[in-house]
Design a protein around this ligand. Structure first.
Ligand SMILES: [Zn+2]
Length: 291
């Protein structure tokens, strides 16, 4: 492992913690969506679930990925070693490929029932704010190791590219999960490049087609390229959550941990058996970010 890696890992931890605190303060004063549940109760549940996820990531996934990344320089068939490029070009291409392949991974988590059992835990949160950012079942983080290993090894990602990507990835995750109300014009501008809170808010809607859209993490272009972008939904019209898991008991700490191992409900059915639908009047401004 390169000598700079341990120091860079500490810097990443510090920056991510600072960004979390800053977004938490701003979203409390300038909220985008109105919360359904008490922020304090959710906060402790999310801290518990996130703590297990972060520990799994920090002690199992990251060391394995960094180890494989350091070894991928010996791997003659990895993409970035077959295509020999100057350092800067290799860094930029590696960074973009990490983000594109993560888009596919997120999409796979929604498409394959076994993966969705775990990813559902993230979506069951009845509100969306910065505390949701790392609220993943630790099982999801653990099996993502298989994806990370393939990603880093087959692409031939250097340790530096991996760690810088990880820093930007974590900060982007905090930003687009946050409940920060940005001026709409500013957000439309930023959204031409990166995923923003309004765009990701649609990904957490109880409407199935909306949850199955906007999978990108850093750059929103991947959704645009694959036709999975959905912007034309007003935030005030969004109900956050998964329809079949809206009861207060569904969002308790222990219930969330055992949720993937229990018999699954009809995810998209509301209590009356119907699916949440979006009124047609909202579809007229096709794919234009609404307030
Ligand atoms: Zn998702």
């Amino acid at each position: 492992m390169p000598e700079f890696a341990p120091a860079l890992k500490i810097v990443i931890g510090g920056v991510v913690a600072a960004v979390f605190v800053a977004l938490f303060i701003v979203e409390t004063s300038f909220s985008l969506r109105q919360a359904k549940k008490s922020k304090a109760k959710r906060f402790f549940i999310n801290v518990g679930v996130s703590g297990l996820a972060l520990a799994t990531g920090a002690y199992i996934v990251a060391p394995a990925a960094i180890g494989l990344s350091a070894r991928s320089s010996e791997n003659s068939f990895s993409l970035l070693h077959v295509v020999r490029l100057p350092f800067a070009a290799e860094f930029v291409l590696g960074f973009l490929l990490m983000d594109l392949t993560f888009y596919y991974w997120h999409r796979a988590n929604h498409s394959f029932p076994l993966l969705w059992r775990f990813h559902n835990v993230h979506h069951v949160d009845p509100d969306l704010d910065v505390s949701t950012s790392f609220r993943f079942h630790f099982g999801e983080v653990l099996y993502s190791l298989g994806f990370r290993a393939l990603q880093v090894y087959l692409l031939g990602i250097s340790v530096l590219t991996y760690l810088v990507y990880e820093l930007v990835f974590q900060c982007a995750t905090l930003f687009h999960h946050s409940n920060v109300r940005l001026p709409i014009k500013l957000e439309r501008g930023i959204n031409k490049i990166i995923v923003t809170p309004r765009m990701h808010g649609i990904h957490h809607s109880i409407v199935k087609d909306e949850t199955n859209s906007n999978y990108s993490v850093i750059f929103g272009w991947w959704d645009l390229l694959h036709g999975t972008i959905r912007l034309n939904v007003r935030q005030s019209d969004i109900v956050i959550g998964v329809p079949a898991y809206m009861a207060p008991d569904d969002n308790r700490f222990l219930n969330l941990l055992i949720l993937p191992f229990r018999k699954q409900r009809q995810y998209w059915s509301l209590t009356d058996g119907k699916q949440a639908q979006r009124g047609l009047n909202l579809n007229d401004k096709k794919n234009f970010l609404l307030p």
